[in-house]
Design a binder for this molecule. Structure first.
Ligand code: CIR
Length: 269
């Protein structure tokens, strides 16, 4: 999840992959998953990598009735120990949320929980954070009422929120962007423009990646300073290594097949 700073990434929640995963939604990067066992092995490598780099991982059981249930990022937005439970933007994903919400409510001591009502919609995958500045994607999954709910939570902390319109050929903001450190945002050419981000805080940098590696712009910065990246994106790897960051490559082929990226598969809390 992209809404915590690096120093807050001590614990992550993931969810097992159901046998129904071959029916997961796929409209953007993926043509639909075909090999559930391979997806499970890739998820295990992901979990092992988090654990080997200082993150304690809790795994929830899969839900066979919800092929997309492994993409937990979309179901809760955790900010500084509090959370927003959005109404996910795709109707088939709404009922994935209760076990995730229940787990986080217990795990986050003294948590204040905001919920959404009416027509408000949001996927957690539309939110990224760089320091105390937040960006939200207005996308096919996240609407203005959903953004207003997020703004209420962020106002409570005094955090700024800026809105970015997501092009039709992308699912979420995190599908095409991420913050591998607290001062760096990876962005693909041809999807977003510098003006979308506005003036960034001092020391903060937009790192542009060729559009054909848009999927690779989704990365996970780890609490020890290393960065998990998807395997097969040489420009992303080079951009990070040129800036002195050590990268760890993860084979994401069967996760990408369902439009899922690295951050989609966990919630840091
Ligand atoms: C979906 O379309 O909802 C899933 N197949 C993929 C969700 C990926 N989540 C994310 O980008 N945060």
């Amino acid at each position: 999840m992209a809404t915590v700073r690096l120093d807050q990434k001590k614990r992550a929640l993931v969810r097992s992959i159901p046998s129904s995963y071959t029916k997961a939604l796929a409209r953007f990067f993926g043509a639909g998953p075909t090999d559930v066992e391979l997806a499970r092995r890739q998820q295990q490598h992901y979990v092992d990598t988090l654990e080997a780099n200082g993150v304690r991982v809790h795994r929830l059981d899969a839900d066979e009735n919800h092929p997309d249930c492994m993409f937990v990022e979309d179901q809760a937005v955790v900010v500084d120990g509090h959370m927003l439970l959005p109404v996910p933007g795709h109707p088939s994903r709404v009922a994935e949320q209760p076990p995730i919400a229940e787990f986080l409510m217990e795990a986050l001591e003294g948590v204040q929980t905001c919920t959404m009502g009416g027509e408000a919609r949001m996927d957690g995958g539309d939110v990224i954070r760089v320091g105390d500045l937040f960006f939200v994607g207005r996308s096919s999954r996240t609407n203005d009422l959903g953004i207003a709910s997020l703004r209420s939570l962020l106002d409570f902390f005094g955090h700024e929120l800026r809105i970015i319109d997501i092009p039709e050929h992308a699912l979420h903001l995190t599908s095409i962007s991420s913050t591998p450190t607290d001062t760096m945002i990876l962005v693909p050419e041809g999807y977003l423009k510098p003006e979308d981000f506005g003036t960034l805080p001092k020391g903060c940098e937009l790192v542009w990646i060729p559009g054909e590696e848009a999927y690779g712009c989704n990365t996970i910065g780890l609490p020890n300073g290393k960065v998990m990246i998807a395997e097969g994106y040489p420009s992303v790897k080079a951009a990070l290594e040129e800036r002195g960051l050590e990268t760890i490559e993860i084979d994401m082929s069967e996760i990408r097949a369902a439009d899922g990226s690295l951050t989609c598969c966990s919630i840091f809390y």
